[in-house]
Structure formats: C-alpha cells, structure tokens
Ligand binder design. Structure first.
Ligand code: UDP
Length: 500
C-alpha cells in the first residue's frame, strides 16, 4: 500500500461563497500541514478561486498539498445564468432561493465522489444538512465546519428556538435573547427574516435552519472558526447548553501564509500587491482606515456617494474596496463619486475596484481601523489584526457579529444602520471615533490584546518546552479522533455514536 493511501483522508465540502470557501481552504491547510490528505470538493467555476487560495505546492509554506475534485452545478436548470455557481454572482436577490434549491442537488454527485474515493471523514458546511446522512451511508463521520463564531452560533440558535420576536410589533424595540449569557438585546429588524416573521418565504428558510440544527446535533461535531479565549462563555455555552460537540480552531486565516499567499487568497486581486504595500509603507502606523463590505454586499450609488463624502470629511487616510457591479459599464460606474473626489484624495485615499488582498492589507501596521459589514471572516480578520471597527451590518448573521464586536468585545462602534441608508455625517462621526482621541486608543489597545491572544491560540507547540495554543491543539485533537484503523465504524447509520 502506498504511503499516500495510509494517510487519513478528509473531504472538505464548502458552501459556494467566498466567506465559506476561503476559511475552508485555510482549514484544509491546517489539516494538510499535519500530514492529512485533504481534498476539497467544489464546482468548475469555483475551482480557480480554490486553487489560487491553496497556492502552488512549491510556493506554499510547509509543502502543503491539497487536492481538488469538481462536481457539476445545475445553474441553468434553476434559472440561473450559465456559470453562476457562487453566491457572489447571483444576479438578483430574488434568485437566491433558486441558488439554494440548486445547492440541494449536489448531494447525489457528492455521494458518487464519496463512493469512489472513500475518504475517512467529511467536513461539510452547515448549509448542507443532508451531508450528515450522506457520510453515514458510507460509514464515515461528518463534521460541520461553521464559518461563524460561538457567540453568534449561540445567539442565532436561541433566537430560533425561543422565537422572542413572535409577538413583537415594533421593528426597533430591543428584546432580550432568552437564556443567552450577557443580557443581549436585539431588535426585530436586526434578526434574519426567518427568525422574525412567519410568512411563506421565511418558512422555507426556517425549515432549512431547523434541518441544519438537527444535522449538527447528529453529526460527529462542529469545527468553529474562532478561538476560545475570545469568547469562552459562549464556546462553553455552545457545548454545555446547546449540546454540540465543538472544537474552536481559529482564526484559520492565520494559517501561516506568506505575503504572496495572503495576496492570492480568493479572487484575483484588482490591485498589484506590491503597489498596495508601497502605498501602505508610506503611511504611519495605525493611520489608515480600511473599508470593505465583503464579497456580496452591493450598495446603491447614492450610498457609495455618502461613503465617499463621509470619508473625505473624516480627514483619514483610507483604502476603500468597492465591488465592481457592472464590469462592462465603467463610465456609469464612476457616477457615484463626488466631483473631483479622486483628484482631491490623491495620496490620501486608495480605491480598489473589485477584489482586495484583504488579509494582506489588514495585517499591515499602517492600518488602524476597519469599516466592516461584519461578515464573520472579516470580523475575525479585524480581531486578528488588532484594529477597532466601525460596524455596518447589512443582514444575515452580521447584526449578531456587530453586537459581539461593540458590546461583548468593546472594540467597535456601530455606524447606526436603521433604514435603507447611512448618511455621511454618521459615517464621519463613527470613523473619527475609532481613529482619533482617547476612546479610539482604548479600543485599539483592547483590540491589540485580542490580536495577541489570537496569535497565541494558533501557535504550534514544539513537542518539548513550548505547548501549542488552544486552537492548534484542537486541530490535533480532531485529527487524532480518526486513527485510520478505527475509521470503519460498525454502526452503519450512526457513526458518531461509536466515535463519541
Ligand atoms: N475578501 C477579500 N477581498 C475582498 C473582499 C473579501 O479577501 O475584496 C475576503 C475576506 O478577507 C473574507 C471573505 O472574503 O475572508 C469574506 O467573508 P466575510 O464573512 O467577511 O463576508 P461575506 O463576503 O461572506 O459577506
């Protein structure tokens, strides 16, 4: 038997969106660095993103080798444009349910791959609740990889279970999330529709969330992209009260990438990384604000204009990432900038149209603040970089992450999203609060402490004097759960029962 065949083989199956694919590649790297054979399953149009994020074997630190396999995505069958295989390219929100329906058809082709490659374990995204049963069919354990933090996992599950918004009429009345440590209050407007109101559309989401929760409980366990020291109370709550077997292994974005690898994470960057670094090198430590709303948020032009005016009024240096909405209509795209903006901002502000090397930028010492939509990856990347944040959530789990950053960690200021738009005065005010004055210094000091803790959590031990960080240790723990010979689990339908 060849050496390759004796290795523990793990299949990774991320949801088709950057916010899930990128941390999954990071996670696969962590396992591969321990000698695990890692295979990521994706669809043809997502393969270039995955491959670029993995990197070339010869340029990858630790000589990590990660394999990929593809399965066909039925875009056309569900009225999606040809090649629309990633949540960031769904042309309009009304087509999102079609995308989710198409996703459910991936079960059969995934099972074909499990049959042919017989891996020892399947690590799959929570949006594939059926993956637990798929793994069970082949007698292997399924682990859920949840690209969310423990606080938000607990808060969302409590909202789903206790339905505190059921009889609340007002959208803006703060309501305590029952039985969650910390007296956390959220308004109806801040929680996902399926947890706030019952209607036909929301019922389908609610059903999916219920299935996800059930699959999580039935699975071998949950890998969480966060570190215990950041949110110990909620990491414990998730296990002890919500009954999940869980390992916090993050921040996975700190998975030992060199500069080039950081620049290659995700889509091809719309700026040369050297140009970006030169620009940052020319600025003082903590003097630059980084503004990005992740891979999916699209603002109308009027909102982009307000942001431009707010930034200018704040007087800060900035790097602002604007997602290109219509790649072939550049002229129209420029309309959102106030007249003469770019000329006035020369040397002061850098606009990146498209995709930015986010982790590379955030990790630069010149960056001193982050305006974020609070996607969990961005939030944790901000924590890892030790920068205070202006929180500007737009939906999904992002309002929960905002609560966590502003109230639990105390390292952020909410921009104050209430209606459809945020005005320039509010933007300027929030930006100044995280970049200037005593409050900013206090938040930055706190943020730096969390960043230090994050780095310690992922630190490798040396098997002698230096013990590994908690997150690093947790990856080892998961790996050791599956020594090869024990992988054939007797009970065909309940593999987790044998192993737990
Ligand atoms: N990202 C990036 N460049 C961009 C936009 C996003 O590298 O221009 C990365 C970012 O570092 C993060 C991920 O894409 O790892 C986005 O995930 P997040 O959960 O923050 O937000 P989502 O895109 O899922 O809303």
């Amino acid at each position: 038997m060849a050496f390759e065949d004796q290795k523990l083989h793990i299949f990774f199956f991320p949801f088709l969106a950057q916010g899930h694919m990128l941390p999954t590649v990071d996670l696969a790297r962590l396992f591969a660095a321990r000698g695990v054979k890692a295979t990521i399953v994706t669809t043809p149009h997502n393969l270039p993103i995955i491959s670029r994020t993995i990197g070339q074997p010869k340029t990858t630190s630790h000589n990590i080798i990660i394999n990929t396999l593809t399965i066909r995505f039925p875009s056309l069958q569900f009225g999606l444009p040809e090649g629309c295989e990633n949540a960031d390219s769904i042309p309009s929100p009304s087509l999102a349910p079609n995308f989710f329906r198409a996703i459910q058809l991936l079960q059969e082709p995934l099972e074909q791959l499990l049959l042919h490659h017989h891996p020892d374990c399947l690590i799959a995204n929570p949006f594939f609740p059926w993956a637990t049963d798929s793994a069970a069919k082949f007698g292997i354990p399924r682990i859920v990889f949840n690209a969310a933090g423990s606080f938000t996992l607990c808060a969302m599950e409590h909202t789903r279970l206790y339905k505190p918004y059921k009889n609340v009429l007002s959208d803006s009345e703060p309501v305590v999330i029952p039985n969650l440590p910390g007296e956390i209050k959220m308004t109806k407007m801040e929680v996902p529709g399926s947890m706030a109101n019952e209607n036909d559309e929301n019922r389908a989401w609610a059903k999916l969330h219920a299935a996800m929760s059930e699959a999580e409980l039935k699975s071998f366990g949950v890998i969480v992209n966060s570190f215990c020291e950041l949110e110990q109370v909620y990491a414990d709550h998730y296990k002890k009260v919500l009954g999940r077997k869980a390992w916090n292994v993050g921040p996975v974005s700190l998975s030992g990438r060199d500069m080039k690898e950081k620049a290659n994470r995700g889509r091809e960057a719309s700026i040369d990384e050297q140009e970006c670094l030169r620009w940052l090198h020319s600025k003082q430590p903590n003097s630059v604000l980084y503004i990005s709303f992740g891979s999916m948020t699209n603002f109308p032009k009027s909102q982009l204009k307000e942001i431009a005016m707010g930034l200018e009024a704040s007087g800060q240096y900035f790097i602002w990432v604007v997602r290109s909405q219509k790649e072939d209509e550049e002229e129209e795209e420029e309309e959102w900038l106030p007249e003469g903006f770019e000329k006035r901002m020369e040397g002061k502000g850098l606009i990146i149209r498209g995709w930015a090397p986010q982790v590379l930028i955030l990790d630069h010492e010149a960056v001193g603040g982050f305006v974020t939509h609070c996607g969990w990856n961005s939030t944790l990347e901000g924590v890892s970089a030790g920068v205070p944040m202006v929180t500007w959530p737009t939906g999904k789990d992002q309002f929960y992450n905002q609560k966590f950053v502003t109230e639990v960690l105390g390292i952020g200021v909410a921009v104050g999203v209430e209606g459809d738009s945020v005005e320039k005065e509010a933007i300027e005010k929030a930006v100044r609060r995280i970049m200037e004055g005593e409050e900013a210094v206090e938040m930055r000091n706190r943020a730096k402490k969390f960043a230090k803790m994050a780095k310690e959590a992922v630190e490798e031990g040396d098997h002698k004097d230096k013990s590994p960080g908690n997150s690093d240790n947790n990856i080892d723990k998961v790996t050791k759960k599956f020594p090869r010979p024990d992988c054939l689990i007797a009970d065909f339908s309940f593999p987790w029962a044998t192993s737990s």
